[in-house]
Design a protein around this ligand. Structure first.
Ligand SMILES: [Zn+2]
Length: 282
């Protein structure tokens, strides 16, 4: 399922003297206008995320570099392993054969190219820029945000999105980790957010606080729905996500599951046997 990219979002943009943005050309229900890939730094910028590997992305990247008088890409860093972020790595490697590629390598069954692993706190220096890797699991267990010292800005990957809510996939995501990660980035001196999807968000603090508040509100609503007798995930979605388009209900089911896992671990709901599983308040 996909939606046309709004005409208002240009394919490439110079956002600040240190940050440019090239869209991954993969618009869709889950990706909004598509994945934002960022060029961070002056003449030889760092490429942060690579999109999904869509034909045309490399041409767009190259034309942006050319129009900006940038020489090439000095290195590639990734926020996490989801395909709309790392899918473009092989194409980028073909365009820049020796470019180093790095992410937090953790629970990765396979990666498209061999990568250096970045640990929490790793410092990545580019041309006029200093990035700090911030471990922020929850959406994915390998998720890093990158803090750009020179702008007091945070590249949030899929931790925080412009204009939509992050999905917590039940396999590799964890809502409690996700909330901890939001609280962690709230402690940083962040003025501006560069999300992996959607527009730049500024000021940052109310956005992060809003994300935390939204999750806690959902947590309370889901617990209330279970207490009121909603037993299955589908029952809970029907009650809690009434205002949300049915097209998004499959995503809402994932979100409800992530809340139920958290509530179960906290001893606030009990999972009953059966298929589909049923829940009741503890
Ligand atoms: Zn993701």
């Amino acid at each position: 399922m996909s939606a046309p990219r709004p005409a208002a979002v240009p394919e490439t943009a110079r956002l600040t003297p240190l940050v440019g943005r090239v869209l991954g050309l993969n618009p869709g229900l889950m990706t909004g206008p598509g994945t934002n890939t960022y060029l961070v730094g002056a003449r030889r910028p760092i490429l942060l995320d690579t999109g999904a590997g869509v034909a045309g992305y490399i041409r767009l990247l190259m034309s942006f570099l050319g129009s900006e008088g940038l020489e090439d890409v000095s290195r590639v860093i990734l926020t996490h392993r989801h395909v709309d972020h790392i899918g473009g790595v092989p194409d980028v490697r073909r365009a820049f054969p020796r470019v180093p590629v790095a992410k937090l390598v953790k629970n990765d069954a396979s990666l498209p190219v061999s990568m250096e692993s970045l640990a929490d706190g790793a410092v990545i220096r580019g041309d006029g820029v200093t990035l700090h890797a911030i471990y922020t699991p929850g959406h994915a267990s390998d998720h890093l945000c990158y803090y750009l010292e020179e702008e007091r800005a945070l590249f949030t990957g899929d931790l925080i999105l412009g204009g939509s809510t992050t999905v917590i996939p039940p396999d590799d995501g964890d809502l409690a980790d996700y909330l901890d990660s939001l609280r962690r980035v709230l402690q940083l001196d962040v003025q501006r957010i560069y999300p992996a999807h959607g527009p730049v968000l500024e000021p940052a603090r109310p956005v992060i606080e809003g994300y935390i508040a939204h999750r806690l509100e959902r947590d309370a609503q889901i617990l209330q729905a279970v207490s009121a007798g909603a037993e299955t995930v589908a029952d809970i979605v029907a009650r809690v996500y009434r205002e949300v388009s049915p097209a998004l209900h499959p995503v809402a089911r994932l979100s409800v599951l992530s809340h139920l896992h958290k509530l179960e671990r906290e001893g606030r709901v009990v999972r009953l046997a059966g298929d589909p599983p049923r829940f009741r308040a503890a």
